[in-house]
Design a binder for this molecule. Structure first.
Ligand SMILES: Nc1nc2c(ncn2[C@@H]2O[C@H](COP(=O)(O)OP(=O)(O)O)[C@@H](O)[C@H]2O)c(=O)[nH]1
Ligand SMILES: [Mg+2]
Length: 434
């Protein structure tokens, strides 16, 4: 996709800027024409970008898929967490990686609060100033709803209430960064974040991400060279309607050069109403329909369930025959890439990569989602039947003990096999070559 500037155009920027400067010095001329558009065209000509927009339902695995492609944990990926943050990931030289964060304005925070309050049947905070007492009262009400519902992921209502709580906390914690009407922009240094990793972890914290409008990562990866930019959008079923709409606006944006439509029917066996609308929209827009990739993510769930497998095949057969489609397990692909370099010393990442998720609940070792999936993958009804690998899963051992023992016995080749199986590499070469 890269566009090389011809050698005789190498000084284009200098030449155009000289002319623009002369133009600006003459008041009669500069009043006549706004030069910002010339500048925008110039940037586009000198360093063209190709935005690859990831669209799909909340929880389809968009963020994890992007993390898997880049083999890094940049984006927040978790069950039951939906925000309106848009993420852009562009190229940087290895020593120039950075993040730029754009916060919501106070007015936008208020709009979001209003949307949640209406849905939850709560009284709107009156007046224009969001006072601490009002906010705390509203937060208590949101927490009460989560309690009533029996936990934050127990129902749609509980999820909305929890999202409201995070929004309020985010606002309280970031007040100094939130302007009444403007979207303020901060660099990593301004937020005292030392590197990309720290910045990503700041942005992934629920309360912070609730008040972030946009995150721009500049990171080093071959996929991003030549101007490719990855765009992660809020889900098409995001709780705030305006956030869901932004996905559609982004698809129509002239900067968008491809759309990756991440579907979750491998889990459910059917397309949701929002997914069907998205697909119909894409297929009816002439400008984009030839540059669409369909990804059936969470494909691992069909490996252990023949009914789901059948239903997915039927959907593909009826609706996606002509399409460029990929089947992926972002979960296995991403963690596979992370545990590749680990050894027995860290229990293959349990003490490093998974340290946080293991001790999440009061000291007792929790089983991280990937570890459970890995054990399922290795079991006698799993994916390795007929492969060169014959790991044995012991019922009398915990999943964690099984994981460590199986990797000690079969090691790297098994990890590599699982990464291949995840479909991430094929997807990567698919979008690299389009
Ligand atoms: N089993 C399985 N789970 C996945 C896969 N990809 C993502 N998930 C899980 O789905 C949840 C939501 O993923 P996320 O990337 O946040 O979805 P997003 O809302 O589309 O960005 C996470 O808890 C992941 O662990 C996959 O390929 N297989
Ligand atoms: Mg996401």
């Amino acid at each position: 996709m890269a566009v090389q500037l011809l050698p005789q155009c190498e000084n284009l920027r200098e030449h155009v800027e000289t002319i623009l400067n002369l133009w600006q010095q003459d008041p009669t001329l500069s009043a006549k024409q706004d030069t910002t558009r010339v500048q925008a065209s110039l940037s586009k000509a000198i360093s063209p970008t190709f935005e690859i927009v990831f669209a799909g339902a909340f929880s389809a695995g968009k963020s994890m898929l992007i993390n898997a492609l880049l083999e890094r944990e940049l984006l927040y990926s978790a069950e039951g967490h939906a925000t309106g943050t848009e993420c852009y990931i562009s190229y940087a030289e290895p020593d120039a990686e950075r993040v730029v964060l754009t916060f919501l304005s106070e007015r936008q925070v208020q709009e979001q609060m209003a949307a949640f309050c209406t849905r939850l049947g709560l009284a709107l905070p009156s007046g224009n100033n969001l006072e601490e007492v009002t906010l705390n009262r509203l937060k208590e009400q949101a927490e009460a709803i989560v309690q009533q519902e029996g936990g934050k992921s127990k129902s749609e209502r509980a999820k909305q209430a929890d999202a409201l709580r995070l929004l309020i906390e985010g606002f309280q914690q970031n007040r100094a960064r939130i302007h009444p009407t403007e979207n303020r922009v901060f660099s990593m240094e301004q937020l005292n974040l030392g590197n990309l990793r720290e910045a990503a972890s700041f942005a992934r914290r629920g309360a912070n991400s609730a008040v972030l409008r946009k995150i721009e990562y500049y990171c080093h990866h071959p996929l991003l060279e030549d101007g490719n930019v990855i765009v992660d959008t809020p889900g098409i079923d995001a709780p705030v309607k305006a956030d869901a709409e932004r996905t559609y606006q982004k698809i129509a944006d002239p900067n968008t050069s491809a759309v990756v439509c991440v579907l979750k029917c491998a889990t459910t066996g059917e397309l949701t109403k929002e997914e069907t609308e998205l697909i119909e929209h894409i297929q009816s827009s002439e400008s984009i329909r030839d540059r669409v990739f369909y990804v059936f993510n969470r494909i691992d769930e069909t490996w252990y369930n023949s009914q789901l497998r059948q239903r997915l095949e039927t959907i593909i057969d009826q609706q996606f025959r002509q399409a460029r489609l990929f089947k992926t397990s972002a979960l296995l692909g991403f963690y596979g890439s992370q545990i590749r370099e680990t050894t027995r010393e860290t229990r293959f990442g349990l003490d490093t990569i998974f340290a946080e998720s293991i001790k999440e609940l009061g000291g007792r070792e929790q089983t991280p989602q990937f570890i459970s999936e890995f054990v399922k993958y290795c079991s006698s009804s799993g994916r390795l039947v007929g492969s060169p690998f014959r790991p044995s899963v012991h019922g009398y051992e915990t999943p964690i003990d099984n994981y460590v023992r199986i990797l000690s016995e079969w090691g790297k080749p098994l990890i590599e096999y699982m990464i291949k199986d995840s479909g991430i590499e094929e997807f990567l070469s698919g979008i690299t070559r389009y």
